[in-house]
Design a protein around this ligand. Structure first.
Ligand SMILES: [Zn+2]
Length: 148
């Protein structure tokens, strides 16, 4: 039957092709609609420590691993800390002002999230050896970024 043959031809599309096509179609949609708005940081000082209570939420909005964002912040602050996975909080072993944290987050977003070519936030950080590349799902641009 002609129908059956047609069905067979469909199978020529391999999984990778379909996946690629899916990815090509998805971001274009979201890129238009997405207005990138970070939640306001909920910062609390506990003794000599500083806690960002909604840390995971912030990382999720920018589609970054919380631990990656943590590494950036701690390096920039020159201090230590740890990510409380259960509560989605970041505990920083220093007194840090909310303004400082906001500045650092903004800088991270500018360098490691927003596509410099089209301005979309629909990006991924891809590691190629020692090089980090910001790959944009909206326009396809690839931009090397400084590792940390
Ligand atoms: Zn782009």
């Amino acid at each position: 039957m002609g129908q059956a043959r047609g069905g067979r031809i469909q199978l020529i599309y391999d999984y990778e092709y379909l996946l690629r096509r899916l990815y090509e179609r998805l971001p274009a949609k979201t890129a238009k609609a997405s207005r990138f708005e970070l939640p306001r940081l909920v910062v609390e000082r506990v003794g000599t420590k500083t806690v960002i209570r909604n840390f995971k939420q912030v990382a999720d909005v920018m589609r970054r691993e919380p631990r990656l964002l943590m590494r950036y912040l701690l390096k920039e602050l020159g201090t230590s800390g740890n990510y409380d996975e259960e509560n989605g909080m970041l505990v920083i072993n220093a007194k840090v002002s909310t303004a400082t944290l906001n500045n650092l987050i903004q800088r991270f977003v500018k360098t490691y999230v927003i596509c410099p070519t089209c301005g979309a936030p629909d990006t991924r950080l891809v590691r190629k050896g020692k090089t980090w590349i910001l790959v944009c799902d909206a326009c396809g641009a690839e931009q090397p970024v400084p590792p940390f």
